[in-house]
Design a protein around this ligand. Structure first.
Ligand code: AHR
Length: 497
């Protein structure tokens, strides 16, 4: 057909692994991200296991959350872990100055977080307090988490967990160029070296990976300074990852409406989202100069849509609805991360529940899954899959001053041996016919799911939870080639066998 776009996939090629940690989550003490979203307390009428919501855990298990970053965010650089351990009556309440100044009861602390990730079957990614804490405080936190036969290990046991916890990822500060202390790159580097040196995991078998604060969006000072130092470092410190934070915002302060928008706002937002590719290339090129073997991962541990807060909510709680446009933002970013899988080996969408581009929204006992959640579910087969080359002439989607590819595609060989393909029709109005030409494999069956919606700003609500949800994809084999129509602003994931 004249308007058909062919995606050519080389099923025999060997590419990098799409690390499952690209599908990581971020849960900060912010608004109802933790309190209400994860933690309701043991005495709550909302069904829970040791205070943690059962409905939320079940939903998150279904998307196989690989890791959760906690406790922040900006919150992390003012978090003092000792306030959040021990008997509930002894927890010290404080304030959360970054996010609405509300009372932080500290009823959800280290042991509750480790229980939560344990219930999910996810790894813990803990961010240490560099901004207002000390090296000793951070070192002691790790001792509490991982040591045995020490005073702090005994304290953990007395608090109900005799066995050491596994800390897979250890973040050394958060946004140290901003809310984490507004440090110059040189100053942060000195902090990093000392924190890295003295952050001891007492269970070396855990092979904990340390992640440094890296660039603020397109700014390169942190990338240059830290990677230059890493390339000539001594034995006494190391990092395994460099963090990048980049949101889709369309300007600061965030004012793009979550619903009630038209094509202009759609096109502008998606155009900015696609800029993630250039951003990764920019920082990746610097990292390649100092680390051609790609030993240090670029960790995009805050990304996603940052929109105007839901009217009537506390602006400090960063609550926003989540539409089909957000689903597009999620799929396009995940495709970009996957294509850069050799360098980008971890990412954390901000944030998991009730905050920014969430998977789940809750209100008391009610829970709803967002369009973004459905993207993460559809992408589960890409966890630890092998990236395959996918080439296509994308065409152009144009609206006013905004021009961008009309379609996007990403392919991989799953750990199940199947060939998996993700497709996105970026165009606001035009459906597109897509054909898949697969080299190195005979395709005898093709099936999949599609996520589309009546409108670009369609959302799921407590009253109408299934407005945006995956449906079976109509795909035909034509002369051995899978062929399908993809609706405007929609995403499909197919298995080819
Ligand atoms: O995700 C919200 C905030 O955005 C985080 O706390 C901070 O790290 C970033 O600026």
């Amino acid at each position: 057909a004249a308007d058909q776009i062919t995606v050519s996939i080389d099923a025999g090629a060997a590419g990098p692994t799409i690390d499952r940690h690209l599908f990581g989550q971020f849960a900060e003490h912010l608004g109802h991200g933790i309190y209400g979203g994860v933690w309701v307390g043991r005495d709550s009428p909302i069904p829970n296991t040791r205070g943690i919501r059962n409905d939320v855990v079940a939903a998150l298990k279904a998307i196989k959350v690989p890791n959760v970053r906690w406790p922040g965010g900006c919150f992390a650089d003012e978090y003092h872990w000792r306030n959040g351990i021990g008997p509930a009556a002894q927890r010290r309440a404080g304030r959360n100055p970054n996010w609405g100044g509300v009372v932080e009861p500290n009823t959800f602390g280290t042991d509750e977080f480790m229980d939560f990730v344990g219930q999910l079957g996810a790894e813990a990614y803990i961010s240490a307090n560099v901004g207002s804490g000390t090296r000793q405080e951070a070192a002691e936190w790790l001792e509490y988490l991982t040591a045995e036969q020490t005073a702090l290990g005994d304290e953990r046991a007395a608090n109900g967990h005799a066995a050491p916890y596994k800390v897979a990822f250890w973040g050394i500060g958060n946004e140290s160029w901003g809310c984490g202390g507004a440090m110059s790159a040189e100053h942060y580097l000195e902090e990093l070296k000392a924190y890295s040196r003295f952050s001891r995991n007492y269970n070396p078998a855990q092979q904990m990976r340390q992640i440094a604060v890296g660039p603020d969006g397109a700014k390169t000072e942190y990338t240059e300074t830290i990677m230059r130092a890493w390339a000539s470092k001594t034995w006494s410190w190391n990092i395994d990852g460099l963090s990048l934070h980049s949101y889709t915002l369309n300007g600061w302060p965030p004012s793009v409406k979550a619903t009630g928008f038209g094509e202009e706002e759609y096109a502008r937002f998606i155009k900015e989202t696609l800029g993630m590719d250039a951003l990764i290339r920019k920082h990746g090129a610097i990292m390649d100069r100092y680390d051609p073997q790609k030993k240090v991962a670029l960790v995009v541990d805050e990304w996603g849509s940052w929109l105007a807060p839901t009217p009537g909510t506390d602006p400090g709680f960063l609550m926003q609805q989540n539409s089909q446009r957000d689903a597009m933002v999620a799929a396009l970013n995940l495709n970009i991360f996957a294509r850069h899988a050799a360098r980008v080996r971890m990412a954390n969408i901000a944030q998991m529940i009730n905050v920014l581009q969430a998977m789940i929204l809750t209100d008391q006992e009610k829970m709803v899954l967002t369009p973004t959640y459905h993207v993460f579910k559809m992408y589960v087969p890409f966890h630890d899959a092998t990236l395959l080359p996918a080439t296509f002439k994308a065409g152009t989607y144009r609206h006013g001053q905004y021009a961008m590819p009309r379609v996007d595609a990403m392919a991989a060989r799953g750990t199940d041996g199947k060939l998996w393909v993700a497709l996105a029709n970026i165009d606001f109005k035009r459906p597109v016919e897509l054909a898949l030409a697969v080299a190195g494999k005979t395709v005898s069956t093709a099936s999949g799911q599609v996520l589309s919606s009546p409108h670009a700003d369609s959302v799921n609500t407590f009253a109408a939870p299934d407005t945006v949800k995956p449906a079976a994809l109509d795909v035909k084999l034509v002369n051995g080639k899978p062929v399908l129509m993809l609706a405007p602003r929609s995403i499909a994931v197919l298995a080819l066998e």
